[in-house]
Unconditional design. Sequence first.
Length: 274
Amino acid sequence: MTVANSSRGPKSAPAAAANFRRIRSSRAFDEIAAQIRTELAEGRLLVGSRLPSERALSEQFGVSRNTLREALRSLEHAGLIRLQKGASGGAFISQDSGEAIATGLMDLYHVGTILPAQLTEARIWLESIVVREACHRATQADIDALNRNIDEAQDARKRGDFDARAEKHIAFHRILARITNNPVMVIVMNGVLDVLSHFVRRIGDYDNDFVLPSRRRFMKHLSEGDVTAAVSEMEACLKRLQRNYLSRVEPRQGVEEEKPAAAKKRRAPVRTGR
C-alpha cells in the first residue's frame, strides 16, 4: 500500500477491534468509508487506533485491495485517517482533521462556490467573535506575540517585501484565533485564512498604509480589555480591506446583483383599476 510519510502518531499501536462487514453494495468505495466512520462514531475506533492490515481489511470487506486503497485515500484526504510507511506503519485514525476543512473551503473557492465578497464577509463576521473572546482570554504572552507580529509586519513593509508582509498580517489573525482556545474556532478561522491568503496573493501588492496604525490602536483596546472598542477597530479595518480587495477584482456577484435592478427598470407599470 502506498502511504504518506509521517513522523507523528504511535509507532506500534494495536489493531482496532472494529466490527467491519462484507460489502454487499455496488458502491463499495462509499460503503467502506461509511463503515469506518460508523466505527469511529460508536467508539470502537479511537484517535490513534491503527486499522487492521490492508490484507485483513480486504478480506473483512470482501473487496479487492485496489478498492480498499481508494477508500482509504479518500478518508486520508478528508483528514480522518493518516497513512504511515514502515514496519510499524499502516492506517491510523487521525487527530489532525482541520486540514480537511481548509481543503474543502479552498476547493469551493476555486470552483466559484465561494466568491471573494462572501469570503471577506464571512471573515469579518468570524473575526468579531474571535476578538471578543481574545479580549477576555489573552495573556501577557499572547499580547507580546501579537505586538511582535506587528513589528515584523512593519519591518517587511519597510523592506518592500509583499509576501512577508501578507504572511505576517494573516499570522496576526491566526494568533488571535489560537487565543480563543477553542479548536472549532481555530480550525474554521485557519481554513478561511488559508483561502484568504491565496486570494490576497492572487491580487498582488497593494497599498494598505492604514493596517498597521489600526493594529496599534487595536492592541491598546485589547490590552485594556475594551471589547467594544477592539471589535469596532477590527471591523472598521477589515471592512476597509474588503473594499480594497474587491475593487481590485471583477466580482462575479456584481453581475448577479445588477440583474434585479435592471429587471426593475424594465418592469411595466402596474395598472390600477378605475
